[in-house]
Design a protein around this ligand. Structure first.
Ligand code: 6PG
Length: 244
């Protein structure tokens, strides 16, 4: 699996490029199979991308054919300041004409295990999964933590070894909290996975992940779509230590 690395000048260019990538992926998926199933990432980096999507593509994209999922969620209610759903709703979902039933939220107000089971049920329903098959998202948007985590796959997490479940609850020691996350098999069955990474603070981990020859030191290294595009979208600050 070759990693496609796209480096743009600054965070503003990164946001514009990511919004364009989203639109392109959506139009391609809808033309191909009538719908676009995308998982949003949490954290700070994608927030402005989501706002751009609302501003620039509100009347451009066929939102009736767009289905929004989440790559992970913090174990909090949807109105909590830490909620990835709340961030996406404030930046994007509440500003575009997407049918409520097209927003597939992780019910993170439940305890982590039932929340993971319920989300797995949502995926089975939406993708009409037979046993032992995996959902194929059209686009999975991910970020990268400075410790090399992505989604809520953190170093040392038991979820890193999960090969059967689609969704797993996971205790994050450094955050002293539970999270719910898609697992590697789901991430690696996507048609496209896009890492969105900005800022000099990520330069060291970007270098370590991209240059590391060792198998799976950092969770982000485990994201290698088996039959899909892997795009690392970086601004120059985040890419400043990457050997060209
Ligand atoms: C989350 C994300 C997480 C995030 C990274 C990077 O729930 O926070 O899924 O994996 O993408 O922590 O976050 P920043 O974009 O804020 O640096």
């Amino acid at each position: 699996m070759a990693i496609e690395i796209k480096i743009v000048s600054d965070s503003a260019a990164l946001n514009r490029t990511a919004a364009q990538e989203f639109k392109n992926a959506a139009e391609s998926a809808i033309a191909d199979h009538g719908r676009f199933a995308v998982t949003l990432s949490g954290g700070n980096t994608p927030r402005i991308v989501y706002s751009l999507l609302a501003q620039e593509y509100k009347t451009v994209l066929p939102w009736n054919d767009v289905h929004i999922f989440f790559g992970d969620e913090r174990s909090v209610p949807p109105d909590h300041p830490d909620s990835n759903y709340r961030m996406a709703n404030e930046a994007l979902l509440s500003h575009v004409p997407i049918p409520p039933e097209n927003v597939h939220r992780i019910l993170a107000e439940l305890d982590p295990e039932p929340a993971a089971q319920e989300y797995e049920h949502q995926l089975h329903q939406f993708f009409h999964l037979a046993d032992d098959t995996w959902p194929r998202f059209d686009l999975i948007m991910l970020g990268l933590g400075e410790d090399g985590h992505t989604a809520s796959l953190f170093p040392g997490s038991s979820a890193l070894q999960e090969k059967l479940r689609l969704v797993a609850p996971t205790w994050v020691e450094e955050k002293k909290t539970f999270r719910i996350t898609l697992t590697y098999p789901v991430l690696n069955h996507a048609a496209e996975v896009e890492f969105l990474i900005a800022g000099a603070g990520k330069a060291e981990i970007v270098k370590n992940v991209l240059n590391s020859s060792q198998a799976l030191v950092y969770p982000a290294q485990g994201v290698k779509p088996e039959n899909g595009r892997l795009l690392w979208l970086l601004d120059q600050d985040a890419a400043s230590l990457v050997s060209s």
